[in-house]
Design a protein around this ligand. Structure first.
Ligand code: TH1
Length: 808
């Protein structure tokens, strides 16, 4: 495939605008230009997409399906152009046509079909799969409303619906011919056949049509185009029959209405779980449509019997959210393909691999038996049978574990435990960073690990360096290319050759210059968004991620309040100016998280306008944090705040994006921070605070008393009292809940315990910052080692250890 030049692009866009809108390019709006550009891209993609599919079919390729309730793909125009090798050309073409590329690109709404790290990981994985020529595709839901849009009003988070499909979405293709029916509720009848086998009939069900919309996933300069298939829920057929039973008729109307809700909105909870029936319906809708579709394609393209399914297909489930795919495959194999239990189980357990993303108990999914039985009677029967056989197996074959059955059983205390189901039925169970996998093996899943040690493995997360370095930071990218060439683009570990320049003053200055330009760009953006001027010579200290107590944005705010108090006491304090930048959405029902947002904004409103700070302190809360905003902020960051309570953050992936863009990590020994530490050493980052073992030990044996710290440490007491006595509030009850949580619930996330070490780590960071060359050297060393965190490495590990697929 020939790459288009800027001239080609201009010509094609012009033709499109002339014929589609009957306009001269000069008269076209940014929106029209955007659709023209997208159409040109699609024209390039179409033949590659068809060819990729034909290749998989003719070569009978073994494929992986990544099943996920979230794909946080963000905006695609730039990454599509980049991967097609035309981003620079497109920028030039747009400029020559008289448009600002940025204004054209931003016509595209972010596809916010995910909450945070878990959904973005799925998107990075698809990019790496295609870029490494692997046959791997995503299955997800085409939510009509993605993650809510956040507004900050008087310091409070207000949620607005994210109707991202208002304008046509140019990347999707509706594939009605691939639609299938998903069934809920109904009655399960069993008939004994003459030969003694059981025939299952599932009758009087509510039926929903699942219609797929396909989005192309374009590999980097390699002609592979895989598929992200997103399901939309629609009524099965036209108007219902009104001549019969009225009650049934209204039930039907009601149901038709509720169908729309199945793919209506994304649940806004990250690392937490609510047992809502609609969420269970969404999960089954996704997995039933996807598994049916896989089997249909398998039969059509491979012409093999279902016994061969595990040879050709592997399914990775992204946390337990799609784990109903396990009983769904069992159902299809038994009820539709007429296999017996043992054959079906043998097939199923060779197909599924499960990724766990958290050990937080509030995130572990369990569904009430009654809810599942009513909504998915046949699926429940199958889970019940899996559980029965599993418990029998322990009773007879693992006598030493008999007393553990209550904590191992899939069905226990009126609930279906989805992680247990996923472990029992999967041939692989993986965590997402070394420390996380170790905690799974030694604590959270200890009993299962003892039963099935060979299933457990680690796959440290990664990020696509194409989007998170090349696309978002073109200046850094071309500087790196000037210095070490471009081998690292295909082999990101080659970034390590930057190390040779760590003592080259000239090179370090060039890196400093790029960072400064990126800071200036962000400062301009902040000014334009919020009307606030930030000092581009100040330290840009950034924490952007979902708001959660365990991520401890509160610790960050306490540090800011502490600095403010210091400045108030001594306005002449010799302090390097700081700009603290936040972006965070809180789950709408998460009260304490929303209080923290309010606190950040309140502190900002005080600090930013206080003459005594003499511009040394600025606090910026950027509203509506999403993928596109992250892309603007990360290249400009100097300090990356990764300060979760140790043991709580399974991996983190923001930490990797910042590192790759030269920010230094201020972090606890948690998640993938530990692996950053292993690479760059303690001298090239700022590590502080309790270690995971210490935290886990406190949880188990007690011994931590937050109030002792309050009593002993004047700085801490001052801050908490300020919260309690209304100094930071329009009315005096404003931040009492935060105060109570710390002093009366004994500070469950150890904010006070880590306060002093955190302050010290910041003081040390500030002292290093005064030595520009030292800081730049540390930054360069981080970039040099960041290649490990390319999702290309992660995907290669999944391929080698779990998926066993081949590049085409
Ligand atoms: C996140 C983890 O918190 C984070 O540490 C990790 O880097 C990321 O997954 C990718 O592995 C999780 N997101 C969710 C979202 C839901 C439930 C559990 C988790 S864990 C809805």
């Amino acid at each position: 495939m020939k790459r288009l030049t800027a001239e080609d692009l201009k010509a094609r866009m012009t033709t499109y605008i002339n014929t589609t809108y009957r306009l001269d390019v000069k008269e076209a709006t940014e929106e029209e230009v955007f659709y023209a550009l997208a159409a040109v891209v699609n024209e390039q993609v179409k033949p590659l997409w068809d060819k990729t599919n034909e290749r998989y079919k003719s070569e009978q390729t073994r494929q992986v399906y990544y099943l996920s309730m979230e794909f946080l793909i963000g905006r695609l125009i730039e990454s599509n152009l980049l991967n097609l090798g035309m981003l620079k050309e497109a920028n030039q073409a747009l400029q020559e046509l008289g448009f600002q590329a940025e204004d054209v690109f931003t016509v595209e709404q972010d596809a916010a079909l995910g909450n945070g790290g878990l959904g973005r990981l799925a998107a990075c994985f698809l990019d790496s799969l295609a870029s490494l020529n692997y046959p791997g595709h995503g299955y997800g839901i085409r939510y009509r409303y993605g993650l809510f849009e956040q507004r900050i009003i008087h310091g409070n988070q207000v949620e607005l619906p994210d109707y991202w499909l208002k304008k046509p979405y140019p990347w999707e293709v509706r594939r009605e011919e691939e639609a299938c029916v998903v069934q809920f509720q109904g009655i399960v009848r069993m008939h004994q056949r003459r030969n003694g086998s059981l025939e299952i009939n599932h009758e009087h069900t509510d039926k929903v049509l699942a219609v797929p919309y396909d989005v192309p996933v374009i590999g980097y300069e390699n002609e592979t185009v895989n598929t992200l298939r997103l399901w939309s829920a629609e009524p099965v057929s036209g108007a219902p029959d009104n001549s019969g039973d009225q009650e049934e008729f209204y039930h039907h109307l009601d149901f038709e209405h509720s169908i729309e809700q199945l793919s209506g909105f994304l649940y806004p909870d990250d690392s937490s779980y609510e047992g809502k029936e609609l969420r269970l319906k969404q999960q089954y809708f996704l997995v039933s449509a996807s598994v049916q579709n896989m089997i249909k394609q398998f039969k059509k393209n491979y012409r093999l019997s279902s016994k061969h399914f595990p040879e050709k297909i592997v399914i990775q489930i992204n946390d337990t959210h799609p784990s109903l795919s396990i009983p769904e495959l069992m159902r299809i194999l038994m009820d539709e393909e007429d296999l017996g239990w043992d054959e079906a189980w043998e097939i199923t357990t060779r197909v599924f691999a499960y990724t766990n993303h958290t050990t937080l108990s509030e995130a572990l999914e369990t569904w009430p038996i009654a809810m599942m039985q009513k909504l998915l009677p046949r699926i429940y029967m199958i889970i019940d049978e899996i559980n029965e056989r599993f418990c029998q197996g322990i009773w007879f074959d693992h006598k030493e574990k008999r007393d553990k059955i209550p904590e191992l059983a899939i069905i226990a205390d009126e609930q279906v435990h989805m992680a247990r189901l996923a472990i029992v039925a999967s041939f692989s169970v993986n965590g997402v960073a070394n420390i996380h996998t170790e905690i799974l093996k030694k604590k959270e899943m200890k009993e299962f690990h003892e039963l099935y040690p060979e299933r457990f493995n680690n796959k440290t997360n990664g990020i696509t360096h194409r989007r998170w370095l090349m696309q978002v930071n073109p200046k850094l990218t071309s500087l790196i290319q000037d210095i070490i060439g471009d081998q690292w683009v295909k082999r990101p570990k080659q970034l390590i050759s930057l190390l040779r320049f760590q003592h080259d003053k000239d090179v370090l200055e060039q890196f400093a210059k790029v960072k400064n330009e990126n800071k200036l760009a962000l400062a301009n953006f902040i000014h334009q968004q919020m009307g606030i001027t930030v000092d581009d010579q100040s330290i840009f200290d950034v924490q952007i991620k979902r708001l959660h107590e365990y991520k401890r944005q509160l610790l960050n705010v306490f540090h800011i309040i502490y600095l403010y108090n210091e400045l108030k006491e001594n306005p002449n304090l010799d302090m390097t100016p700081r700009t603290f930048i936040f972006g965070a959405k809180a789950a709408p029902s998460y009260h304490l998280a929303k209080e923290v947002i309010k606190l950040i904004n309140t502190v900002a409103s005080i600090v930013n306008y206080d003459k005594d700070t003499k511009g040394k302190l600025k606090v910026i809360f950027l509203e509506n944090y999403n993928v596109s905003l992250a892309e603007k902020i990360i290249p400009a960051a100097e300090i990356s705040e990764q300060i979760s309570t140790a043991s709580k953050e399974a991996s983190g992936t923001g930490n990797m994006k910042f590192m790759m863009n030269g920010a230094l990590t201020m972090g606890t020994m948690d998640g993938a921070n530990v692996e950053i530490y292993d690479l760059v050493g303690e001298e090239n980052m700022f590590i502080f605070g309790l270690r995971a073992e210490e935290v886990l030990d406190y949880y188990q044996h007690g011994g931590y008393h937050a109030r002792d710290i309050y009593n002993k440490d004047d700085r801490v007491r001052r801050i908490l009292d300020q919260l309690n006595n209304g100094e930071f509030g329009t009315h005096d009850i404003e931040f009492k809940d935060i105060y109570y949580n710390i002093l009366y619930h004994n500070d469950p996330y150890f904010v006070l315990k880590d306060f002093e070490p955190y302050i010290e780590a910041h003081e040390y960071a500030e002292s290093v910052y005064r030595d520009k060359m030292k800081w730049q050297r540390m930054s360069l060393i981080n970039i040099a080692h960041s290649g490990k965190f390319s999702s290309d490495r992660t995907i290669q590990e999944y391929v080698n250890d779990i998926w066993k697929i081949n590049p085409t």
